[in-house]
Design a protein around this ligand. Sequence first.
Ligand code: TYD
Length: 202
Amino acid sequence: MKKGLFITFEGADGCGKTTQIKLLNEYLISKGYGTLLTREPGAKGLGEKIREILLNYDSEVSSNCESFLFLADRAQHVDCIIRPSLKNGNIVLCDRHTDSTVAYQGYGRGLDIDKINLLNEYATTGLKPDLTIVFDIDAETSLKRVGQNKDRMESAGLEFFKRVRNGFLEIAEKNPQRVKVINALDTIDNIHKQVVELVEKL
Ligand code: TYD
């Protein structure tokens, strides 16, 4: 039984969502809410080991295998961390979740989106975010912000990041109730204000 609120932050690499999720977390704590700040891939425990493989394995990884690793990480995360925290009444803030698999493995790698939706449903046992904020950034700026030290995913190239961006925008278009888009090129302060506005509506 879900009691808390589940909010996910999404967007291409370098979009600034990690800065924003921390600011929102501080804001909510200052208002007296119980929160859990977490991420995918790589929440505490087994997730950290899966993250290590996903981002640093330096030989061939099939797109299917990549998807299943993200989904395995998600299943563990939802069952062992997110659901228990929601049950305790917390506001769970999650840096990346189901929409990243649709955008990166679906739109980016070209896997079947309907199948990914189905697998996401399976991995999350039907849990859906109450709100998802997509931080929209063009592919060129995204790659510039990532810089020289790229992990395995960030090395996928400009065309890949264009497809990922387009993926996030299409997800938002298809789910207007749940998913809101913010321009990631605005100032940190302005973006934070927009985030707070969205969250306060909940
Ligand atoms: P991370 O360092 O957490 O990137 P960021 O700070 O931009 O969130 O690395 C996560 C990478 O994994 C990122 O490139 C996005 C990618 N990813 C997927 O491809 N599919 C997924 O389902 C998830 C959760 C992440």
